[in-house]
Design a protein around this ligand. Sequence first.
Ligand SMILES: Cc1cc2nc3c(=O)[nH]c(=O)nc-3n(C[C@H](O)[C@H](O)[C@H](O)COP(=O)(O)OP(=O)(O)OC[C@H]3O[C@@H](n4cnc5c(N)ncnc54)[C@H](O)[C@@H]3O)c2cc1C
Length: 301
Amino acid sequence: MLASRGTEATVSAVECLSPRVSRVQLSSRNLERLACSAGDKIKLHVPPGALRSYTPVRFDPDAGTMDLVFHLHGGGHAARWAASVEPGATVTFLGPKRSMRSTVGTAPTRALFLGDETTLGLMRALIDGLPPGTPVLGAVEIAKEDAPAVKALDLPLVPVARHAHQGAHHGRLAAQAASAAQTAQAAQAAQAAQAAHAVQASDGIRAGHRVHRSDRLHQGHRVAGTDGGPEDHGAAGSAWLRTTDLSDVDAVWLSGEANAVGRWVEELVQAGVPREQIRAKAYWSTLGHEHRKRVERRFPR
Ligand SMILES: Cc1cc2nc3c(=O)[nH]c(=O)nc-3n(C[C@H](O)[C@H](O)[C@H](O)COP(=O)(O)OP(=O)(O)OC[C@H]3O[C@@H](n4cnc5c(N)ncnc54)[C@H](O)[C@@H]3O)c2cc1C
């Protein structure tokens, strides 16, 4: 359905790329009527009535499929929806619409990407959109346990570890434990969550009734470390920038938490990268949506 509320699609596959990163495939015959460029966004309607921005990683109008990569941060409507959604569910979205510019004038000599868990899909889409053979370097600031998602998406970027998150939120696992707790005794729910963890650590893709084993979750991936605290978004990315040779870099894409992105912009400018070669976008803020928008107005476009 293409209505004023947007395009209706069916969830056709859900794949755990790491404990808190999930790839969700949407299918709709109506995709052939839409256009999508690298860096575009869609707005998903998620219960109970929220609209949230996400980035198509792969858009195939002929097959009628679109992939999204979700950070299951646990604390919001969209993250909770993604953590518990199953193949067969229906969802409505607006867009695609232009968000992050995928070009910076001519073909880059060397392109640099820096982001966090929310930008894994954006980076995959932007890198796929570069002229073939463009040298790429970059990093993803990410919780250590989620570093396998960088490899699962075949990104040529270094995962740099943020401090491990503590506490109850644990993506799909937390959502499953929460819903189980509402319907059964708390002790049984805890057992169910543990069992789900064991299954999902080894079974990555769920499409309809098929369950495929994903060995990617078991592949080791070296993660550079940092001493930043759990709230210190941007510190690991900054540490990576300080030790990175930026020579020949003439195109930069930055995205992630608002203050982290602002910090990376300034550090790159101080390191001699012209502002006009930088594209920056805040994807979220520890201080909420309004703060995200306010900070973003200062970014180069
Ligand atoms: C153009 C655009 C494209 C985006 N594409 C993607 C994408 O492809 N994949 C993706 O995962 N995200 C993406 N995001 C980010 C995503 O829209 C936000 O993270 C959004 O706030 C999630 O909604 P929510 O309902 O889960 O949480 P909200 O209800 O918005 O927020 C609830 C609480 O969680 C906090 N919060 C929000 N996001 C995070 C996070 N990632 N980590 C920790 N705490 C958080 C907020 O500060 C708030 O306190 C994109 C954002 C923009 C602007």
